[in-house]
Structures are given as structure tokens and as C-alpha cells.
Design a protein around this ligand. Structure first.
Ligand code: PMP
Ligand code: GLN
Length: 393
């Protein structure tokens, strides 16, 4: 018991990503746990950051983002999804999607308010809602296709519901929500005067014929949606933490009310460089190339897992695959992932960390395939030695 820790943080524990990465380092395992690209981002983006630093663009940025980046974000969403946003009053640059999510929760929730989330959920959401005095109400995505029961979703909305948070494409399942599913959610938002927060950090990493649709573009949703994204995954620079929120002026004002006292502003040279990244991607084949690169990596990972006798669940987006470990004789996903780490030398995330009651989670393991293909092949070789659970595990 840490006598200095507030009740707010004492109950949170340590994030599963930190724990698994640390163990992977200690044990020399191939780390397919925490989600971050194992390859470098584009050279022009790196050069743009160096140039901005050398040009002494190193003082505070305007609190809501440098105008060039706000404009590039608005242009990007307009071009990709037909969503128009006024850069000055509707686009806010934040320190990663993480800060955009926190500023949103602090900006729109009152104590006692609820946010509906799909379970499994990204682990930051309940913690962030609780910082704002609110809580999350999970609705299950069900294996194997990660569909949800519309009645269960309808029942989750009540007089305390302030918002629903949709991760789309979804981490950890790789689900991409269909237009029909989004419209069902949209109807509930309108009936209950709730806000749709959408976390779209994997919008450029989708596969086959999947189509990403921001809920903000569905009828009646433009002004009750907060669209959150990050340049971290899209440009393979998660360490720069350049994220953003797009929302109506009124919702933006609420988000900015919190943002100004969380970080005030985000790193200036990296904003300049991400403006270059987005501007360039509008004129080049960057997004198509990213999709083909990830499709090849996804195929390599899938083949490696299947070769190890681990069936892979369907996934249309994100850089994760979930492998089914039920029937391998392990008690739960944590035991399975610890076996992988210690005996096989591959780190994966046990998705029970993304369930309100971890004991109800299916026995799966999440593998991040945002790595060079030789690393995925080395992992596949190790996984081929995977045995059944040792007796007593
Ligand atoms: N949302 C989801 C679903 C994520 O997986 C992550 C982490 N990659 C984030 C938000 C955080 O994004 P950022 O690093 O831009 O804060
Ligand atoms: N979003 C990344 C994941 O899902 C991890 C980011 C983090 O470590 N907070 O693996």
C-alpha cells in the first residue's frame, strides 16, 4: 500500500503494456505485446522535425495547435471521409489520442455520468472516465465475429449516460464497425441525447474490403460526435504523441476547457513535422502503401500463428491479431501469455486486461504485427515449438 497514492490512482494498478514490455526486455523475448511499430517513420517527416528544431520553432505552440497542422487535419478528414471541419474552431491538437480522450472525459462528464464502451475496451478508458468522476458501462463484443447484441446495447443507455466511446477500428479485436452498427449507435445517441466519442487511431490500418466510416458522418451525428485520432500509428511515430480531436465548436470548447490545463500545448516542432506528413500523404500513395505493407505483415503473422496451431479470429483493422488459445490446456489468458513469454520467448498481451471482470474473458492472446517481417518470422519459428500447457498450469 503506497501511503502517498490517492484513492484515484491506488486502485488502477500498472498498465498491462508496461508490465509485459518490461518482462519481455528482461527475458529477451520477441516483443509482440505493446502496440508500436518496429520500423521507422518516413524520412521527410523526420527531416521536417529537424528543420523545425533548427529554425528555432521550439517555444510553446498555440494551445489548440499550430494553424498549419489544424488545416492539414481538416483537409485529411475532408478528403478521406467527406467530413468538413473548421480548423480554427473544430480541430484541437493534443498530446496523443490519450490526451484527447482525457480532455474529452474531463470536458464533458459530470460526476456520476456514464460512458458506454464495448468490451474488451482499451484499458485507458475506465481510468480516464474515473478521473472525471464518471464510469464506464461495458457492452460485450462476442466471439468469434465480435458482434454485439443490439438489445444489450440499448439497455446500457440510461439516464446517467453521457456518451458512448467507440474504438473504430477496434483494439484489441480488429473489428471495423459497419454502417448498420454505427446507425444503431447513432439512433441511441439521438434518443438519449448522448455524445459519440470515437477513437479512430487505426483508421488507416484496415484490410481487404473493410471500409472505415467515422460515426460523425452518419445522419444526425455531425454535431454530437467527437472524432479522436493520432498520427502515432499512421506515421509510425508513436513516441511523438501528436493526436487530435475534431468536434463541433460547442464540444470543442468543452474539450479545450480541460486541455488548456492539462498540457496547454503540444510539442511545436513535431506538430510542424506532422503537418508535413499529412500534407505529403494527401498528394502521395502513402496511405495505400501503408495498407499493403500492413496486409503483408498481417498475413505473415496469421500464417505463423496458424502454423503453431493457434486459430486466428477475424480482424478487419488495427495492427493486432487475436489468437485463440482455448483448448491448449491453460487456465486463463494470463497463464498462457506467461508461458509464451517464459518458455517460448514471445511476448503477447492477455486481453483479459480489457475486461471489467477478467475472469469472464475468453482465452485469447493479442499479437502486434507492426514489426519487420524477419521479426515476425523469428517469432513464428519460436511459436512452432509451442506445446500444450505443462501439467498443473
Ligand atoms: N486509443 C487506442 C485504441 C490505442 O490503441 C492507443 C495506443 N496505441 C491510443 C488510443 C493512444 O494513442 P496515442 O499514443 O496517440 O496517445
Ligand atoms: N495502444 C498500445 C497498445 O494497445 C499501447 C500504448 C501504451 O502502452 N499505452 O498496445
Amino acid at each position: 500500500m503506497n501511503r502517498y497514492a490517492s484513492k484515484r490512482v491506488a486502485s488502477l494498478g500498472t498498465t498491462v503494456f508496461g508490465e509485459i514490455s518490461q518482462l519481455a526486455n528482461e527475458l529477451g523475448a520477441i516483443n509482440l505485446g505493446q502496440g508500436f511499430p518496429g520500423f521507422a517513420g518516413p524520412d521527410i517527416v523526420k527531416s521536417a522535425a529537424k528543420q523545425a528544431i533548427d529554425a528555432n520553432q521550439n517555444q510553446y505552440a498555440p494551445p489548440y495547435g499550430i494553424p498549419r497542422l489544424q488545416q492539414a487535419i481538416a483537409d485529411t478528414y475532408q478528403r478521406a471521409y467527406g467530413l468538413s471541419a473548421d480548423p480554427g474552431s473544430e480541430v484541437t491538437v493534443t498530446t496523443g489520442a490519450t490526451e484527447a480522450l482525457l480532455a474529452t472525459m474531463l470536458g464533458i462528464l459530470n460526476p456520476g455520468d456514464e460512458v458506454v464502451v464495448f468490451e474488451p475496451f482499451y484499458d485507458a478508458y475506465p481510468a480516464q472516465a474515473s478521473f472525471a468522476g464518471g464510469s464506464t458501462r461495458p457492452v460485450r463484443l462476442q466471439t468469434p465475429d465480435w458482434s454485439f447484441d443490439p438489445d444489450e446495447l440499448a439497455r446500457a443507455f440510461n439516464e446517467r449516460t453521457r456518451a458512448i466511446l467507440i474504438t473504430n477500428p477496434h483494439n484489441p479485436t480488429g473489428k471495423v464497425f459497419t454502417e448498420e452498427e454505427l446507425d444503431l449507435i447513432a439512433d441511441l445517441c439521438q434518443a438519449h441525447d448522448a455524445i459519440a466519442i470515437t477513437d479512430e487511431v487505426y483508421d488507416r490500418i484496415i484490410f481487404d474490403d473493410a471500409v472505415h466510416v467515422p460515426i460523425a458522418t452518419r445522419p444526425g451525428m455531425r454535431d454530437r460526435s467527437i472524432t479522436i485520432n493520432s498520427t502515432g500509428k499512421t506515421f509510425s511515430m508513436t513516441g511523438w504523441k501528436i493526436g487530435y480531436a475534431i468536434a463541433s465548436p460547442e464540444l470543442t470548447e468543452a474539450i479545450r476547457g480541460a486541455h488548456q490545463f492539462i498540457t496547454f500545448a503540444t510539442a511545436t516542432p513535431f506538430q510542424e513535422a506532422m503537418a508535413t506528413a499529412l500534407e505529403d500523404a494527401l498528394e502521395s500513395s502513402y496511405y495505400a502503401d501503408l495498407k499493403s505493407r500492413y496486409t503483408a505483415l498481417r498475413n505473415t503473422m496469421k500464417a505463423g500463428l496458424e502454423n503453431a496451431g493457434l486459430p486466428v479470429l477475424p480482424a478487419s483493422g488495427s495492427f493486432f491479431l487475436l489468437a485463440d488459445a482455448a483448448g491448449r490446456g491453460f487456465e486463463d489468458d494470463v497463464t498462457f501469455c506467461m508461458h509464451l513469454l517464459r518458455e517460448v520467448g514471445v511476448a503477447a498481451i492477455p486481453p483479459s486486461a480489457f475486461y471489467q471482470d477478467p475472469s469472464t474473458a475468453p482465452i485469447l492472446a493479442r499479437f502486434c504485427f507492426a514489426k519487420e517481417s524477419d521479426m515476425l518470422e523469428a517469432a513464428a519459428q519460436r511459436l512452432a515449438n509451442l506445446s500444450q500447457a505443462p501439467a498443473g498450469s
